[in-house]
Design a protein. Structure first.
Length: 348
């Protein structure tokens, strides 16, 4: 185990803000991981697990404990009862796994192409996009339980997946280190073309697009929105969508509609769960005075996506936080809705 000291965290994230980690270890094996955990415990250090750094905002003060980067690698593939089972190391790049699945013509994750970050990060917020989410294909998650330092396999139901949540970012936050994720995909399955952007892209096609064609389309649509990491492009120096789409009760939804019609506006919305309505956080942001390209010092809003707060160059975590709070405050004042941030705030 190599323990580094005072490691800059900003370059390890997609938003590129934040200070130093007092201690930093990359764990590639269970033995290494156990050693790092023992080191943290012996010194009473707070432990933060870092994947690809694409869903975090690190404070300018950094992290005074130990940051554990998960480097477990490997993609193993087998066939089981007509399904394709992939066991993937938590440290693998997510999009590399998606590319592999699509090359093998296995359906289930093609719409999740181009999402940055690690495989281990995907169960945490039940990553989703363009009509798919990982909860649909995750069979189980292998974890180190920090409660008793035992390795356990959690089945899909035990992960408590819901919209952008799981036990890993709610009731069991900080308890488990994810080591490996098992996905079950459908060999020679069909692409899922349900999301409006994808339907538009393939409008007029008489045949269902291939998985490879769908992956390509998703990546293209993402790139057009600054949601595909492109080196040097400041519109994707972000943590992706900064706010979750609010899920409202019928009463809250009716109130929102009333406020919108009073302004001569129509809110794009669609029913989520039975009596709930999911509304577009991007629409709320844009209709609260924050258009694409908005700037507040070195922090701003992407020119291609209203939901992405970006670092235009020299932004600090404080700049990002201040813009986030300004947006939340205006949306609450105008629409009576509290926007929940999506990224994880570290060291604040
Ligand atoms: C341009 C862009 C586009 C994006 N698009 C989407 C999208 O379409 N849909 C979507 O859902 N998300 C999206 N995201 C957010 C992000 O990519 C995902 O949430 C991703 O899964 C985070 O993985 P990560 O490895 O980068 O996690 P990190 O950012 O490193 O960590 C996020 C959280 O997960 C925890 N974590 C990470 N790895 C582990 C592990 N092995 N064990 C335990 N805990 C762990 C961390 O402790 C932290 O709490 C986007 C982000 C960007 C920058």
């Amino acid at each position: 185990m190599v323990i580094q000291e005072n490691v800059s965290l900003a370059p390890l994230t997609t938003l590129k803000v934040g200070g130093l980690a007092r201690y930093f270890v990359e764990a590639k094996t269970i033995a290494g991981l156990n050693e790092a955990v023992a080191f943290a415990r012996s010194r009473n250090l707070a432990l933060f697990v870092l994947g690809g750094g694409s869903n975090v905002v690190i404070s300018d003060a950094g992290w005074s404990g130990i940051v554990l980067k998960i480097g477990f690698s490997g993609i193993e593939e087998r066939s089981e009862s007509g399904r394709a089972v992939f066991e993937v190391g938590a440290g693998e790049e997510w999009d590399k796994f998606v590319a592999r699945a699509v090359t093998r013509n296995c359906a289930g994750v093609e719409c999740l192409s181009g999402i940055p970050g690690s495989v281990g990060g995907t169960p945490v917020q039940n990553v989703g996009a363009y009509g798919q989410e990982v909860a649909e294909t995750i069979e189980s998650v292998l974890v180190l339980d920090l409660k008793d330092c035992q390795v356990r396999e959690l089945c899909n139901e035990a992960c408590g997946f819901s919209y952008r949540t799981s036990i890993f970012n709610t009731c069991a936050r900080g308890r488990y280190i994810i080591l490996r994720v098992t996905y079950t995909l459908i060999p020679d399955g069909q692409s899922r073309i349900q999301y409006a952007d994808l339907k538009r892209h393939f409008a007029g096609w008489s045949v269902t697009p291939t998985l490879a064609g769908t992956r390509e389309a998703v990546r293209r649509i993402r790139a057009s929105k600054g949601m595909l990491i492109t080196p040097g492009d400041e519109d994707c120096r972000s943590a992706g969508s900064f706010f979750k789409n609010p899920v409202l009760t019928t009463d809250q939804h009716a109130e929102l509609m009333k406020r919108a019609s009073g302004k001569g506006l129509q809110v794009p919305s669609y029913p989520a769960l039975e009596a709930l309505h999911k509304v577009s956080a991007a629409w709320l942001v844009e209709h609260s005075g924050f258009s694409r390209g908005y700037s507040s010092g070195a922090a701003g809003i992407s020119r291609r996506h209203a939901l992405a707060i970006v670092n235009r160059g020299e932004a600090t975590a404080a700049d990002i936080l201040s813009l986030k709070e300004h947006i939340q405050q205006r949306v609450e004042e105008i629409w009576g809705i509290h926007l929940e941030p999506e990224p994880v705030f570290v060291g604040f």
